[in-house]
Structure formats: C-alpha cells, structure tokens
Write a protein that binds this ligand. Structure first.
Ligand code: ZN
Length: 133
C-alpha cells in the first residue's frame, strides 16, 4: 500500500515527502505518516465455543478462513461469504453459497455489518458479529 500523509487543514492525501499540502499549501512538514487502524472483525458462536477472526477481503467457508472451525458444518459452503471493509465499515457478501446467508431470517446478498448483529450462515448456524475498535 502506498505511504502518504493527510493534511490536517483540508484532509487531502499528500506524498509522504511533501512539505506543503498539494491542495491548500498548508505547511505539513511535521505531519506524520497516516496509518490506517487495522480493524478486526470476529464471528463468535458461544454454543460451539467458536471465534473466527477476519481481515479485509477474507473468504469464510469450509475451504476458506475458518476451515478448521467450520469443517463439521456441512451446510456451510466451501467459500460461503466474503468479508471486506467498504469506506471503513465492515460488510459481507454471500458468494452464491448453496444454503445462503441470513440476518434476522432475511436472506441477503450483501449487507453492512455492525457490532452485535446476528449473522446466520445457511440458516442453521448463527454467529454474533464482534467489531473491535
Ligand atoms: Zn491541505
């Protein structure tokens, strides 16, 4: 990933080596490199004592991330759903899984996630979404 710093005056991204902001010419010589926070998403199922940690772009499934934890759950597809960050928010997309993905009984293709949401893969297996700040 490219390295950059953000102008505190106008929020423009600038090259790390810049002394003046490209946009507003503010002095940014002492601004530190911008480091996005690594935001971790966890899917937790306390009945089965499962906790699966996901990073941006991870594909969950019996042959994806969580395969050790999920291998006994045959209704979950090999590549069930993709978890990703969109504009800093976690989202999930069902990858045309055989048994689908649901929240509160409603099947979805793509949704935004929030902390505490109950996410069901294949309607027989529910996870609680835990987003750490
Ligand atoms: Zn600026």
């Amino acid at each position: 990933m490219e390295r950059y710093k953000i102008c505190p005056t106008c929020q423009t991204k600038n090259e790390l080596s810049a002394y003046l902001c490209d946009n507003c010419l503010a002095d940014i010589s002492s601004v530190e490199e911008y480091k996005p926070k690594e935001r971790v998403l966890k899917l937790v199922n306390s009945d089965y004592r499962l906790s699966i940690t996901l990073k941006d772009g991870d594909i969950l499934g019996r042959e994806g991330v969580g395969k050790e934890e999920l291998k006994a759950f045959k209704t979950i597809s090999r590549q069930h759903a993709r978890f990703f960050l969109h504009q800093g928010e976690w989202a999930v997309e069902d990858l045309d899984s055989t048994n689908g993905s649901y929240v509160q009984g409603n099947k979805f293709k793509k949704i935004r996630l929030k902390n505490g949401l109950k996410l069901s893969l294949s309607q027989s297996f529910e996870f609680e979404v835990v987003i750490e700040d």
